[in-house]
Design a protein around this ligand. Sequence first.
Ligand SMILES: Cc1cc2nc3c(=O)[nH]c(=O)nc-3n(C[C@H](O)[C@H](O)[C@H](O)COP(=O)(O)OP(=O)(O)OC[C@H]3O[C@@H](n4cnc5c(N)ncnc54)[C@H](O)[C@@H]3O)c2cc1C
Length: 222
Amino acid sequence: MEQKSKIISIEHITHDVLHLVAEKPAGLIYEPGQAVDISINKPGWEKELRAFTFTSLPEDRLIEFTIKTYPSRKGVTNQLLSMKKGDELIVGGVFGDIHYKGEGIFIAGGAGITPFLAILKKLEKENKIGNNKLIFANKTKADIIHEEKFRKMLGRNFINVLSDETVEGYEHGFISEALIRKHLADQSVFFYLCGPPPMMDAVEKHFAVLGIQKDHIIKEGF
Ligand SMILES: Cc1cc2nc3c(=O)[nH]c(=O)nc-3n(C[C@H](O)[C@H](O)[C@H](O)COP(=O)(O)OP(=O)(O)OC[C@H]3O[C@@H](n4cnc5c(N)ncnc54)[C@H](O)[C@@H]3O)c2cc1C
């Protein structure tokens, strides 16, 4: 069912990522990690559905999204760059394969952090962060979404990997089998994976080499 939702606020949180807060449509139900089809209620854009993950919590009064923008594609995320308070979204069906099953390693690439942001926020609220780890791959330090928030939440269990920049204290390159192995305490933990398809393919190959059981992998491609 489609419902209209007015934007309450929209602002940059990194050079290319927006934090969007909107009214919560009546009766909307979702789990941390789930996404929803969104379009923009402007002539010509109503049918352009794109998936975005809730980064608010189900019990919150408003809904929030964390959206990486691609101006060069001239698509929906580029349109969002010119939207303001009071403009309307069309909120469609909720879906998504990522749910929290238990403690483990979260591996995210770029905007693939969004389902884990929701799950980790929920765990933090319930004092259940435990020994969960986050390996977050980005091109540069400036691309890291909510770096301080995750550092505060996870401390030494927050590992950043930068492919296009060398920074002291940050891993350099792509996520490797050796890096996953280094942070692997116990093979029975769960592995949560979300990011662009090439990154997902590479990490899944590492999982295979490490002998990680398929039913311990929870994933979604962006
Ligand atoms: C379940 C799910 C949840 C998601 N949650 C989030 C989220 O919370 N936050 C978030 O930021 N993203 C999320 N995404 C990704 C998000 O849906 C896309 O980034 C978004 O749809 C991009 O929309 P767009 O219209 O700006 O660009 P697109 O629809 O990707 O592109 C518009 C046009 O640009 C061209 N194009 C496409 N790809 C490229 C390319 N690589 N280079 C050049 N041109 C290209 C094509 O002609 C395309 O039709 C999620 C995806 C899924 C599947």
